[in-house]
Write a protein that binds this ligand. Structure first.
Ligand SMILES: NC(=O)c1ccc[n+]([C@@H]2O[C@H](COP(=O)([O-])OP(=O)(O)OC[C@H]3O[C@@H](n4cnc5c(N)ncnc54)[C@H](O)[C@@H]3O)[C@@H](O)[C@H]2O)c1
Ligand SMILES: CC(C)[C@H](C(=O)O)[C@@H](O)C(=O)O
Ligand SMILES: [Mg+2]
Length: 359
C-alpha cells in the first residue's frame, strides 16, 4: 500500500536542507519505495500565508501521513509576535502534541571522519554512539497552569513541570527497549534532588527495571549529566529524560559529533507514525546562503525509513552514502577542516545522492 509522506520545509535553512533530503527520498522511490510525497506549510511561513503557524490543512495532512519530514521553524522575523500561540515554534509543538509523538530519539554518533571536527579532543569522541530518548509531549513544555500575569503590582511568568506515571512509563519502555537492542545500559537523567515530578520519574524507572533484567539502569542528576557529557561522553549508551532536559542535553551531545548539523531525530507515537527532523533550528544567521549542512536532515530520512517505513536496507544505504561522502573529504562549512573540501548545501546533496546511487 502506498504510504503518505508529508514534507514541511519550514523557515530559515529549512527549505534548503529539506530540498536535499527530498532528493534522497526521490532516489528511494526510484528504488521501489512506495510513497506519495506532499508538501505543506508550518511555522513562520504558514503564519505569513495564513496567520497560523499550524494551519488546519497542514494538521490534516500531518495526521494522514505515515511520516513527516520537517526542516526547522522559527526566526527573528516572528520572535516579536505577541500572541505566543501564533509563534512558529507553537506550530511544531502542535504537530508533536496532536499526533502524540511522545518518543523522541536523538542519536549522537560521531563519524570517525569527524572526530577532529568536534570541539572536544578527538579521543574523547571517536567511536561515540549515544541514543538520547527524550519525552516530547509532556513536562514543562505543556504543563498547566502557565502564563504571564500581574501579581502584587508586578508581572510574573510561570510554568508547570508535570509528569504522570503513565507518561513516564511509556517513555521508559521506549528507552528500556532501545537499550535492549544496544549495549543494554540505560541512564535516566532527572533532578530528583529538587523536583517532585522527577522524584516520580525516578520511581517509575526503578519500577520498570525488573521487567528488563538484561538492562543496567542508572540515574544521574541533569547538572552532572551535562558535565559528564563533555567530560567522558562514551560512558553513555542510552539516556532517557524529560522534555526540557532532553532538549538541552541533545544540543550539547550534538557538538560531540562535530556539528549540530549532523544530528537527526525521530519523534514517534504508539503506532509508529513519526516526524523526522534535524535537531537543530532554522539557523537564521546562515539562511539563504546555501551553506547549511543538510546531513542531519538526510540522516533523518534514514531514520524515517527505519522507524516508520520498515525499510532498514534503504536506511543503511543512506547512512553508508553519508559515510562515503565524508570519507571523500567533502565538508560543509560547519564541519570543515584542513585537508577537506568545503562544499555548499546543494553540492553536499549531489555527493550523497551520487554515493547512494553508486553503492
Ligand atoms: N526543530 C526546530 O524547528 C527548531 C529547533 C531549534 C531551534 N528552532 C528555532 O530556530 C531559530 C534559531 O534558533 P537557534 O539559533 O537557537 O538554534 P539553531 O540550531 O538554529 O542555530 C544554532 C547555531 O548552529 C548553526 N547551525 C544550525 N543548524 C546548522 C546546519 N544545518 N548547518 C550549519 N550550521 C547550523 C547556526 O548557524 C547557529 O550558529 C529559533 O527561532 C528557534 O526557535 C527550531
Ligand atoms: C523549536 C523548539 C520548540 C524545539 C524544542 O524545544 O523542542 C527545538 O529546540 C528542538 O529541539 O526540537
Ligand atoms: Mg532544541
Amino acid at each position: 500500500m502506498t504510504q503518505k509522506i508529508l514534507v514541511l520545509p519550514g523557515d530559515g535553512i529549512g527549505p534548503e536542507i529539506t530540498a536535499q533530503a527530498s532528493r534522497i527520498l526521490a532516489a528511494c522511490q526510484a528504488r521501489g519505495l512506495d510513497v506519495d510525497v506532499e508538501e505543506a506549510l508550518l511555522g513562520g511561513s504558514a503564519y505569513d500565508a495564513h496567520g497560523e503557524p499550524l494551519p488546519a490543512e497542514t494538521l490534516e495532512k500531518a495526521k494522514a501521513a505515515r511520516a513527516i519530514l520537517l526542516g526547522a521553524v522559527g526566526g527573528p522575523k516572528w520572535d516579536r509576535i505577541e500572541d505566543l500561540s501564533k509563534r512558529p515554534e507553537k506550530g511544531l509543538l502542535g504537530v508533536r502534541k496532536h499526533l502524540g509523538l511522545f518518543g523522541n530519539l536523538r542519536p549522537a554518533i560521531t563519524y570517525p571522519q569527524l572526530a577532529s571536527a568536534s570541539s572536544l579532543k578527538p579521543e574523547l569522541v571517536a567511536g561515540l554512539d549515544i541514543m538520547i530518548v527524550r519525552e516530547l509531549t509532556g513536562g514543562i513544555y505543556f504543563g498547566q497552569p502557565r502564563g504571564i500575569e500581574e501579581r502584587d503590582g508586578e508581572r510574573v511568568g510561570f510554568n508547570t513541570y508535570v509528569y504522570s506515571e503513565s507518561e513516564i512509563e511509556r517513555i521508559g519502555r521506549v528507552a528500556f527497549e532501545m537499550a535492549q537492542k544496544r549495549d543494554k545500559r540505560l541512564c535516566s537523567v532527572d533532578k530528583a534532588n529538587v523536583l517532585e515530578a522527577t522524584i516520580l520519574w525516578r520511581e517509575v524507572m526503578e519500577r520498570l527495571a525488573p521487567e528488563y533484567p538484561d538492562v543496567e539502569l542508572s540515574h544521574m542528576y541533569v547538572d552532572n549529566a551535562a558535565m559528564q557529557l563533555v567530560r567522558a561522553p562514551k560512558q553513555f549508551d542510552v539516556v532517557v529524560t524529560g522534555n526540557m532536559f532532553g532538549d538541552i542535553l541533545s544540543d550539547a551531545a550534538a557538538m560531540l559529533t562535530g556539528s549540530i548539523g549532523m544530528l537527526p531525530s525521530a519523534s514517534l507515537n504508539e503506532s509508529g507514525q513519526g516526524m523526522y527532523e534535524p535537531c537543530h533550528g532554522s539557523a537564521p544567521d546562515i539562511a539563504g546562503q546555501g551553506i547549511a549542512n543538510p546531513l542531519a536532515t538526510i540522516l533523518s530520512v534514514a531514520m524515517m525509513l527505519r522507524y516508520s517505513l520498515d525499510e532498514p536496507a534503504l536506511a543503511e544505504r543512506i547512512e553508508a552514502a553519508v559515510g562515503k561522502v565524508l570519507d571523500d573529504g567533502l565538508r560543509t562549512a560547519d564541519i570543515a577542516a584542513e585537508g577537506t573540501r568545503t562544499v555548499s548545501t546543494a553540492e553536499m546533496g549531489d555527493a550523497v545522492l551520487e554515493a547512494f546511487e553508486a553503492l
